[in-house]
Write a protein that binds this ligand. Structure first.
Ligand SMILES: Nc1ncnc2c1ncn2[C@@H]1O[C@H](COP(=O)(O)OP(=O)(O)OP(=O)(O)O)[C@@H](O)[C@H]1O
Ligand SMILES: [Zn+2]
Length: 701
């Protein structure tokens, strides 16, 4: 599995990268709903008319006379020209039958015919008004009922989403917020972004100040950055600071099945916004409509093009002095149509990037404000362990920690809860019901210790902080966490090389000890390959190609893949060099482990019995083995000061990062973790073990 923070499972934020998918789908749903309600209405109508209609059957006048002759008639009613006959004998107790007579003779003849028969004869003078009213009721009532039913259903459909009933109607109203209740105080870090937006707030407050000098006010600003960094939050904060209403819409909602719908939505949105000016209109995921019309990015769709054109026209059309400001957000700025970025449109670009160490501390503080913390809490340490995390991850971690504290019956969050929640967000919860077989535990332990030992033996690797073989819900069977000593913005070539050897240390340990390999190293191999490839194609660390740039990153904010820009022959050579680099790193890992085989065995043995060991314990055993000491049951029995005297500098870094664990790759924090025979996507299907099966398929000693 891939546990990097920017690859969060999409469950967190639905619909992030599939703008447009939603539109047609919604539409199909609403057409279906419309048809269903039409059907229901028709059934109701027929039911109503049925109720109103007379149940009696028709007979001829001759048949009626025959019944009179046979003395079968009890009662006759003549009303509005209709003769109703009630027979003496009813068909059943429940059914009061009556007959209507067609081809009525005139009233006089009828009266004469009935004289002396003893049949009760009701005759009502025709009442034109009454007749009219009754007809009206019988026709109008069902129509009115039907009308209201349809109205009701249509409203519901429109509320729920687009729907063909919503053609041409903007749903902007649904998202209007009179007061967002968010100000810049709620947005931690992101100082540059806030500064740029502060100006915008000032424009909204007193547009006159700027127009007096002749300055043109900005029409829009584009917030650019990776998912979860607080773009929406910032937009809301601008509205909150300026104290104006906030309209928000997602770009994907403009994209509809029918050509022209999106465009009319844009028109409606602007109309509505102009009525409410001063206000802020926020368009999230603007790339859904603003995609370049150039076909390279999948543009050139008629509907989207029209929508985009309408947006451009509207942006050109409105008068900024009214205090209307358009904010838009995207994490794929490279696909936007250049026309959107021209002066007079989204001419301001505000970068909302991943927070650095200081930013993370501040975000943690903002979210920890409403949470009870005990005195053990050190938010800086948590921030250090979460390099690469974005605001939403950090908010999530604080919340997880609070939930953990409650679960454990405590009234305040402790540092331990926070550490645990970092792991929960990174690798999922502990999976207590997944019990590894003894053999699997051995393999996983050796694999993890392999990583840790290789890292500890290389001076350019980051300190090991924790090793565990407790399986996690997101698929890891065990992992090693490392923490950088300080926030790093650059990696040296040596560090990257050490990283490669570290990634492959787990696999190397498996091969050395068990003389076979398992599926558990899939993620390690993937990561190592990624780093090796980047070294050769992007960082100019290739022996063969030197400084030649061979690939470009597709998107700087999403962890997209790098695209090679070289010929086929060169690509083959690149593959070859990547292979060599990986091979060399693997051999190096095996060499290190073979040289320290005793330490590997002792630490793995200890890990098997404890399931989790700290970086400190790890170093203690390692040093004891190096000195040829016996490993006691209780590690506290090992001479402590000895360690200190020997490795003062080591101890220093350990104290600093004692409680935190994570490894970094060039861009993001992660942990080295294993998915041995789990149902993880990166592992070939034929070796997937089911959750309760503790069997290892192919790794006997
Ligand atoms: N700088 C920050 N300060 C405080 N909280 C933050 C910050 N950044 C993100 N958050 C938290 O993360 C949540 C999600 O952020 P938000 O939705 O604004 O991200 P976004 O960049 O708009 O993401 P998307 O690209 O998915 O729209 C916020 O509601 C907030 O709780
Ligand atoms: Zn591994």
């Amino acid at each position: 599995m891939n546990n990097h923070m920017d690859n969060r499972p999409d469950g967190n934020r639905p619909n992030r990268n599939n703008p447009g998918n939603q539109g047609p789908n919604k539409n199909r749903q609403s057409i279906l709903a419309f048809l269903i309600c039409l059907l229901i209405s028709l059934v109701c109508l027929s039911f109503v008319t049925d109720m109103m209609s007379d149940k009696s059957s028709e007979i001829t006048y001759d048949k009626f006379i025959e019944m009179v002759d046979k003395d079968q008639v009890k009662e006759v009613t003549l009303q509005s020209g209709v003769l109703t006959v009630v027979p003496k004998i009813q068909k059943s107790y429940y059914q009061n039958a009556s007959y209507k007579v067609n081809q009525m003779e005139d009233v006089d003849a009828l009266t004469k015919r009935l004289e002396g028969t003893g049949i009760v004869f009701h005759y009502e003078q025709p009442d034109a008004m009454g007749e009219f009213v009754s007809t009206m009721i019988s026709v109008l009532l069902p129509t009115v009922v039907l009308f209201f039913m349809l109205m009701f259903l249509m409203r519901r459909m429109n509320k729920g989403g687009s729907g063909i009933m919503g053609v041409g109607k903007s749903r902007a109203k649904a998202y209007i917020q009179k007061e967002t209740g968010v100000t810049f105080k709620n947005v931690a870090g992101q100082e540059e972004a806030k500064e740029s937006l502060q100006e915008v707030v000032d424009f909204l407050h007193n547009p006159g100040k700027y127009t007096a000098i002749g300055a043109k006010l900005p029409k829009g600003a584009l917030l650019v950055g990776p998912p979860g960094t607080g773009k929406t939050l910032l937009a809301k904060a601008v509205a909150g600071e300026a104290n104006v209403p906030f309209f928000s819409l997602s770009g994907s909602e403009f994209v509809e099945m029918f050509v022209g719908v999106g465009a009319s939505r844009v028109r409606d949105l602007f109309e509505e916004a102009k009525k409410n000016a001063p206000c802020i209109v926020f368009i999230d995921e603007i790339d859904a409509i603003g995609k370049s019309r150039d076909s390279r990015y999948g543009g050139g769709n008629d509907e989207r093009e029209q929508t985009l054109n309408q947006l451009l026209a509207e942006m050109d059309g409105f008068d900024t002095s009214k205090g209307l400001l358009i904010l838009a957000a995207t994490n794929r700025p490279e696909v936007l149509d250049p026309a959107l970025l021209r002066p007079g449109r989204f001419d301001r670009r505000i970068i909302v990037d991943r927070p650095d160490l200081k930013g993370r501390v501040e975000i943690l503080k903002v979210h920890a404000k409403d949470v009870m913390l005990d005195e053990t809490v050190d938010l800086e340490a948590i921030a250090l362990a979460t390099s690469g995390a974005v605001g939403s991850d950090l908010a999530n971690m604080i919340n997880e920690a609070a939930i953990l504290a409650v679960k454990n019956g405590r009234r305040a969050v402790s540092q331990k809860d926070l550490q645990e929640s970092v792991e929960v967000v990174l690798v999922g919860k502990e999976k207590k019901d997944r019990i590894l077989s003894p053999q699997e535990r051995r393999i996983v332990s050796y694999h993890e210790v392999g990583h840790a030992l290789v890292n500890a033996l290389q001076k350019d690797a980051e300190p090991v902080q924790k090793i565990t073989i407790v399986p996690r819900t997101m698929g890891a069977l065990g992992y090693v966490m490392q923490v950088p000593e300080e926030e790093k913005y650059l990696n040296t070539q040596k560090e990257l090389e050490a990283m490669l050897v570290g990634y492959l240390g787990g696999r190397a340990a498996e091969e050395i000890v068990f003389d076979t390999v398992t599926t558990g190293a899939a993620n390690d191999i993937e990561q190592a390959t990624k780093v090796a490839r980047a070294m050769i194609t992007q960082y100019g660390m290739s022996q063969k190609f030197g400084l030649m740039g061979l690939a470009t990153q597709e998107n700087q904010y999403l962890s997209g893949r790098a695209v090679l820009n070289c010929g086929d022959d060169t690509a083959t050579e690149i593959d070859h060099e990547v292979m060599q680099l990986l091979h060399y790193s693997y051999e190096e890992a095996k060499r290190l482990l073979n040289e320290h085989r005793e330490a590997l065995d002792k630490i793995a043995g200890y890990l098997i019995s404890r399931e989790t060991i700290t970086g400190k314990e790890f170093m203690k055993i390692f040093r004891a083995v190096e000195k040829g000491l016996e490993i006691p049951e209780n590690l506290d029995d090992l001479p402590d000061e000895d360690v200190k005297a020997e490795e003062k500098s080591e101890e220093k870094t350990e104290m600093k990062t004692e409680n935190i664990e994570a490894v970094r790759d060039p861009e993001v924090t992660g942990v080295q973790e294993e998915t041995l025979n789990t149902g993880d996507a990166t592992i070939s299907d034929d070796v997937v073990a089911d959750e309760t099966d503790n069997h290892v398929s192919d790794s006997e000693e």
